[in-house]
Design a protein. Structure first.
Length: 312
């Protein structure tokens, strides 16, 4: 074997080993759920695996942290905090690092656009609750609703074209859907609070007290065919869909205090994920693996092809 060939094989071996090590480090984690908990005496943001294991804290600040909202690409988590004497929106990496403030006034009901480039939220900066949208870095904030009624609970359609929300506008208010720029408002025949559009675009989850206590419902995306999924005497609230639209996480006080539960999308097989004496609330799913744009297999094949060419 010629010296050049030996060198090529050594380089090839080193590169393949590096790719395999990197691929091992990128083994899919699977979907996760972020939530808010006061288990250490102060409201903080936590994360856990989809089966309730590996629960750990992401924020550690004496101020109240609330309403976590992970980005669809799995890279960021937005949340509210009172750490600067007002409830502003903050953002951090999915592992809790690099926490930064985006807004300076009271805000709530944070939700990301499907492409992770924009954030919708509710603010009363103009005297009543309105829906606003801003770029993911906090810039270019603009008002989408601008109505005397109180607007809240926005949720983006998975194609990014629509936003569903609740409002007290009109005689009795209701649930509405509009274009993502605030135009073409349509009232839906059903709905309630805690709106959550399913990732497959087929359904909208919501909470309602129409049966005497708070329950989780789901309806078709056009507002038709509402059905009660939980049907439990406890308070069931804040539904959120798994990335594959097969499961719904929610909070419930059916075991004496608020815990995070998950059930199948048809309401079957409910199970308690947190089971802690402290309050656990506001669950939101996200998939860290969606942040990987190049799979280990693709990277391996690309490196293999380059190495073969350059070892000749």
């Amino acid at each position: 074997m010629q010296p050049k060939q030996k060198l090529g094989h050594i380089v090839l071996g080193c590169m393949l080993l590096s790719v395999l090590i990197d691929a091992w480090s990128q083994v899919p984690e699977g979907p996760k759920i972020v939530f808010r908990s006061v288990r250490l005496g102060n409201p903080d943001i936590y994360v856990m695996d989809a089966d309730g294991t590996n629960q750990h804290r992401l924020t550690d600040h004496p101020a109240e942290e609330d309403q976590p909202a992970p980005s669809p690409d799995g890279r960021k988590i937005a949340f509210t905090s009172e750490r600067d004497a007002s409830i502003g929106i903050y953002i951090m990496n999915a592992d809790g690092s690099n926490q930064q403030k985006l807004t300076n006034e009271v805000a709530s009901h944070i939700v990301w656009s499907p492409d992770s480039r924009s954030i919708a939220f509710v603010s009363n900066r103009d005297g009543n609750s309105e829906i606003y949208v801003m770029d993911a870095d906090g810039k270019n904030q603009r008002n989408l609703t601008n109505n005397p009624g109180h607007d809240g609970s926005p949720s983006w359609s998975p194609d990014g074209r629509k936003i569903v929300f609740t409002s007290t506008r009109g005689e009795i208010g209701g649930t509405f859907v509009m274009d993502a720029n605030g135009e073409n408002l349509i009232k839906l025949p059903n709905g309630g609070g805690g709106l959550a559009w399913s990732p497959d675009g087929q359904s909208i989850g919501f909470e309602s007290g129409r049966d005497g206590n708070r329950e989780i419902y789901v309806m078709d995306a056009d507002g038709e065919n509402p059905r009660n999924l939980t049907n439990h005497p406890a308070r069931d609230q804040f539904p959120d869909w798994s990335p594959d639209s097969r499961s719904i996480a929610f909070q419930s006080n059916r075991d004496g205090n608020y815990e995070i539960y998950v059930m199948d999308a048809d309401g079957k097989n409910p199970r308690n994920l947190t089971n802690h004496s402290a309050l656990d609330q506001f669950p939101r799913w996200f998939d860290p693996d969606s942040a990987h744009t190049v799979s280990p297999v693709d990277e391996f094949e690309g490196t293999w092809g380059w190495a073969k060419q350059n070892s000749r």
